[in-house]
Design a protein around this ligand. Structure first.
Ligand SMILES: C[S@@+](CC[C@H](N)C(=O)[O-])C[C@H]1O[C@@H](n2cnc3c(N)ncnc32)[C@H](O)[C@@H]1O
Length: 336
């Protein structure tokens, strides 16, 4: 195994923060380039063969893997040629979407943080995020804890048509419909880039005939023929965009009106944390709250969410806390 340096205590905290920024970028890139999945599937990686196969720059990949080895995510041989999973690999494989969300999705916004903090600069397109990366990462992040919980909630429900609001990559619709061939689905998203990912995913799953895609804003929905029979509406990781409160009440009422036969509405979102999140044992919250603050997006607390449903025409049929990401819940709503 390649030799690791002994740690020095003198600049420990800053070194850990600096190096974790490098490792986060390396995990995000290794995720997109298929390095992490290759190690997971094959149990090892031969760097020369991998880069030759994919026309990649070998020294860049090698340096990324050194960063991962520094955090014991992988182990490298002395020649820096063969890679094995390290003690931290399984966790990084499971949580890779969070790094992709942060670095690929919001890297530009974070780099330009001082600019977007100056009030004079905060107009027009003052920040940029990679919507395609956010949609893909969102699907990967959901797979960790949200999807199993979501699937257990819908298991006992009967429905013949479903709609996913802010569908992103359409992964949720594909999951639901792949197991229920008689069910029809419609995905709604405002972003053409997200809908392009959704179209590719739906076609790859062979479900083009069962899943329709609509470009529209969820805060401005009107009834459409595709919505008429929908009994189950889902909306994951978008609800905070409905706020402030009066706008959210309108948006939730709009959902009720656009889907006249809705029986269940599953709304899942991360809410504002009530304490300073621990840097050591939580993932996502700090990044979620910082990026949304910069974008000028209000984040409701759990209490604010609970307080808005009745007035918006919905009753709570249950609230399901999510383990990862923290401060996240699936609200099961039914029309009043
Ligand atoms: C964080 S992603 C979540 C994607 C997906 N729901 C999931 O759970 O993986 C948020 C999605 O909502 C979409 N979106 C944002 N604002 C929207 C709006 N007003 N109407 C419809 N879609 C919106 C974005 O384009 C993006 O695809």
């Amino acid at each position: 195994m390649a030799v690791r340096e002994e740690p020095s205590q003198s600049i420990g905290t800053c070194a850990a923060i600096f190096n974790s920024a490098i490792a986060a970028a390396a995990i995000s890139a290794a995720s997109e380039l298929g390095v992490i999945d290759e190690i997971e599937q094959s149990g090892h990686l031969d760097i020369s063969a991998f880069v030759d196969d994919r026309s990649l720059h070998g020294e860049s990949i090698r340096a990324m893997l050194v960063a991962l080895a520094s955090f014991e995510i992988v182990e490298l041989d002395d020649a820096r040629e063969k890679v094995q999973p390290g003690p931290g690999f399984a966790e990084v494989h499971r949580l890779q979407g969070f790094f992709y969300w942060l670095v690929r999705g919001y890297g530009h916004l974070l780099t330009n943080l001082p600019d977007s903090t100056r009030n004079a600069a905060r107009s027009g397109d003052f920040y940029h995020r990679d919507v395609r990366a956010v949609s893909l990462a969102s699907a990967q992040m959901s797979a960790v804890s949200v999807d199993p919980l979501f699937l257990s909630i819908i298991e006992p429900l009967t429905f013949t048509a479903t709609a996913d609001l802010g569908c992103g990559s359409a992964r949720r619709l594909i999951q639901m419909i792949a197991d229920r061939p008689a069910v029809r689905g419609v995905g709604v998203d405002i972003a053409p880039a997200a809908l392009a990912v959704a179209r590719e995913s739906v076609a790859a799953a062979g479900l083009t005939g069962s899943i329709g895609l609509v470009e529209a804003s969820v805060t401005d929905l009107t009834p459409r023929p595709e919505f008429a029979d929908v009994e189950l509406v889902t909306c994951f990781f978008l609800g905070h965009d409905f706020w402030p409160r009066a706008r959210c009440v309108n948006a939730l009422r709009g959902v009720r009106q656009a889907f006249p036969h809705v029986e269940h509405f599953l709304l899942c979102d991360t809410y504002r944390s009530s304490t300073v999140p621990s840097a050591a044992d939580q993932i996502f919250t700090l990044g979620f709250e910082l990026t949304h603050a910069v974008m000028g997006q209000y984040l409701p607390s759990l209490a604010e969410w609970r307080d808005v449903f009745e007035e918006s025409g919905w009753s709570s049929a249950g609230e399901h806390p999510v383990e990862v990401p923290p401060s996240t819940a699936i609200f099961h709503l039914r029309p009043r």
